[in-house]
Design a protein around this ligand. Sequence first.
Ligand SMILES: Cc1cc2nc3c(=O)[nH]c(=O)nc-3n(C[C@H](O)[C@H](O)[C@H](O)COP(=O)(O)OP(=O)(O)OC[C@H]3O[C@@H](n4cnc5c(N)ncnc54)[C@H](O)[C@@H]3O)c2cc1C
Length: 218
Amino acid sequence: MCLNTPVRAVVQTGDRVHVTAGLGQTYTARTVVMAVPVNVWRTIRFLPGLPEVHATATRQGVGVPNVSKLWLHVHGLEDDVVVNGAEGDPFAAMVSQGRLDDDGQLLFAINALPELDVWDRPAIEAALRKVLPEATLVDVRAHDWGNDPGSRGAWALRRPGQLTAQLPRIQDPFGRLVFATSDIASGWIGFVEGAFESGVRAAEQATAIATSAKALTH
Ligand SMILES: Cc1cc2nc3c(=O)[nH]c(=O)nc-3n(C[C@H](O)[C@H](O)[C@H](O)COP(=O)(O)OP(=O)(O)OC[C@H]3O[C@@H](n4cnc5c(N)ncnc54)[C@H](O)[C@@H]3O)c2cc1C
């Protein structure tokens, strides 16, 4: 399988799974681990579809939709800072990441307000002034996780009702397909530990399917 090749379709036929990626290359295997975020499942064509619990989860979303991460190079701060924004503030968090000799310091920040355009430098400068009036912006880089086609959201955060509606069925294989993502973890959902947990489970499920003569059926 190639890197940087988005999966477009996953088709289960008898004892094989066919995965179409990129510009149409197809790969065939006895079992497949879907290790993409739940919010991405809705962009992939699954045949014969997904179980209802998986389909509902991806339709509702699990990864929080409006999060951007920013790196800000600033001048003018005497000390390191840790900012916890209030609800509705432009930056939910802002933390010093280190000094750059005589060239100020780097901060990382999390924005969860969709109305703040993280590529609009004057808007970022205004938001920074609101939180840290003594800081001046030298440079900024940002990543909009909600609009990244490989994630379509940031870390996972189940909405009310999703935990009891989804677990444990969302962790089950579907035919020869198994699912690995922190978004479906029992513990530490939304953290890398949750990804490890689901990865271990998916590896065990895939091994069982690949070594059994008959695919599991649901
Ligand atoms: C801004 C931010 C800060 C975070 N901070 C922390 C932290 O401090 N500590 C912590 O524990 N966790 C943190 N997290 C959460 C953590 O990053 C995730 O929980 C973890 O990465 C989830 O792992 P995963 O394997 O489930 O999914 P991912 O790491 O999202 O991996 C999914 C992979 O699937 C690929 N993919 C997507 N679509 C397709 C497709 N169609 N075809 C092929 N490949 C595809 C993606 O490119 C990606 O490589 C943070 C997340 C964000 C967004």
